[in-house]
Design a protein around this ligand. Structure first.
Ligand SMILES: [Zn+2]
Length: 329
């Protein structure tokens, strides 16, 4: 699977390919963006490009090196993630990685390390990695994968070149499902809208459940301002019952807010995730001010933090929904 087969992320891929072609690859990257949009796929593609024995400045996906990288057993490409039954990525894991990076590459190419998800490194592990980055071993490439900058030491992040990944537009996900998964146009559009811009989610088997919930959320958000306090309280009550439901809703609400910003900025539905609700998004984005939407974006992170700290979920969500109604009415 060469670069041309990776779905979306044209800008990010172009910048990496330019760096590869001109020999200007940075020694450390931070790939940030929502869950499931393809950050790790791109990180491994970069590793394959550095080790592929068939293609130049690209990768074939079939040679022994490419296959080993995909299977996480290439001697020069290490993926560090959470070990079973652990809550964080430990300093020991980072120390082992640091030692490995200091050895010469088995294949003569670069040593690559991918840490996914990087914010799960505990503070001691992050400080140890910071030391590695202060004097990066020659010929090494480190890629941190994270949903956002939160949870990473600013000093660590400042030593990485940051590449942010956006959710894939619904039309891109639908095209993929139609052309490569042989799905019919109508179900593809429904799945694409429910995938929130993630191919991983679009391919997952439990998408149907999320699709149903999302349908209800779209309807509720569309009538939030008109429904008044009663509508907000009922929605918050339902969402607040289960913590995971609340988080799922927040993730979806981010995609909605992002779509409103896109519509507001471009006046076009080309790059939105909730393509099936384009009419509602158009109407709400006409009412919303950019400052209000940005403030709403910030308050979603605050709400998520409050729910993680176990405050009253219903009240936290009610508060947030009042802001949504305020911004979109
Ligand atoms: Zn290859």
């Amino acid at each position: 699977m060469p670069f041309a087969d990776i779905v979306g992320h044209e800008r990010q891929l172009a910048s990496l390919r330019l760096a590869l072609a001109t020999g200007r690859l940075h020694h450390a990257y931070a790939f940030t963006g929502p869950e499931g949009v393809g950050k790790k796929t791109v990180a491994l593609a970069l590793a394959k490009t550095l080790h592929c024995s068939e293609a130049k400045h690209d990768f074939c996906g079939r040679c022994a090196n490419c296959v080993k990288i995909d299977n996480h057993n290439h001697p020069d490409v290490r993926v560090v993630s959470l070990l079973p039954k652990k809550n964080d990525i430990s300093i020991e894991q980072v120390r082992v990685l640091d030692k490995e990076l200091s050895y010469r590459a088995f294949s003569g190419g670069k040593k690559v390390a991918v840490i996914d998800p990087a914010p799960l490194m505990n503070p001691a592990a992050q400080n140890a990695l910071l030391k590695t980055l202060e004097e990066p071993p020659a010929g090494s490439l480190l890629i941190l994968i994270a949903a956002g900058a939160g949870g990473l030491l600013p000093t660590l992040l400042s030593r990485c070149l940051r590449l942010s990944f956006a959710p894939l537009p619904a039309r891109v996900v639908a095209d993929y499902l139609i052309s490569r998964q042989a799905m019919a146009a109508e179900p593809a559009a429904l799945v694409a809208a429910a995938s929130l811009g993630s191919l991983g989610r679009a391919r997952s088997s439990d998408l149907a459940e999320l699709a149903e919930k999302r349908k209800a959320w779209v309807a509720a958000i569309g009538n939030l301002a008109q429904g008044g306090y009663g509508a907000r309280a009922a929605l918050a009550e339902g969402l607040g019952k289960e913590r995971e439901d609340a988080f799922e809703f927040l993730e979806w609400l981010r995609s909605w807010c992002r779509d409103l910003l896109i519509f507001r900025a471009t006046g076009s539905e080309r790059d939105i995730c909730n393509l099936d609700a384009a009419q509602t998004i158009r109407r709400q984005s006409q009412n919303a001010r950019v400052e209000g939407l940005l403030a709403l974006w910030a308050s979603m992170a605050v709400t998520e933090g409050r729910i993680r700290r176990n405050v009253n979920r219903r009240l936290a969500l009610e508060d947030l929904l009042a802001r949504v109604a305020g911004v979109t009415s």
